[in-house]
Design a protein around this ligand. Sequence first.
Ligand code: PYC
Length: 308
Amino acid sequence: MEVPFIDSHTGGEPTRVLDFPFDLGGGSLFEQREVFKTRWDHIRKAACNEPRASDTVVGALLVPPTDPACVSGVIFFNNVGVLGMCGHGTIGVIRTLQTLGRIEPGTHLLETPVGTVTTTLHADGRVTVQNVPAYRHLRQVQVKVPGHGTVTGDVAWGGNWFFLIQDCPIAVEFSQLEALTEFTWKVRQALQEQNITGKDGALIDHIEVFGPAETADSRNFVLCPGKAYDRSPCGTGTSAKLACLQADGKLQEGQVWKQESIIGSVFEGSYQLTRGQVIPSITGQAFINMRGVLILDEMDPYCWGIGQ
Ligand code: PYC
């Protein structure tokens, strides 16, 4: 089996777009994601894990949209499972659709398992994603983290579930990657052990910490579900941050928030209030950097990847 792919990176974070007609049963995007999870999980593993990829790669499967107003549907996944939305990934998908000749600069709707997002491909290649509504679910929650005492953070939704820590005990600097990974992983485990969840018991699988930045409003470090850190400022994480800033009265509608990533790439975020809901907009840039085919040879003992 051969599956064509196009790779891009958005602010340093890779997106691997797969363009192949897997049979997903044709239900809603949410239902199709469930089918992908149960019937095609080996494809996720093959596309995102070693030896073809690594834990940083976010996969994006293009699927026909159920809503004809949308240019495409997309199911995001990574080295350990499927995602709800993905901000950097959406920016990569839009640039990929442009490279495939399927869209031109302008506004395009994209269907995801957690809702339809509105994207704008600008003439200079930047992409703005108007995300699904973001909100803060819990404010200033305390969690006991072994070796770090009590850590306080907000639980917010930005298309995925985040625990956002404003006062990080570790400097949010590139030189501290290992310590930040270890700390945030412990936070994630502690949240699970202490039964602190998103809405309806949802697993909080992204941890985001903040520190000062010289040329942006803030620098973040985001731990992704599979323990890799986001090289980009994380579109869904920035959306969750905007919801918290709005709830705290620290950012006005339309005001721009510059979120820098741990490697120095920047997203510009702002929000619009629609019927009381925070609708985040995230702008960033992706570059196409590879295209090819996944060759899936069942004789290869590592055909379906190493690990999960
Ligand atoms: O940009 O939303 C994002 C994202 C989620 C996981 C990695 N990147």
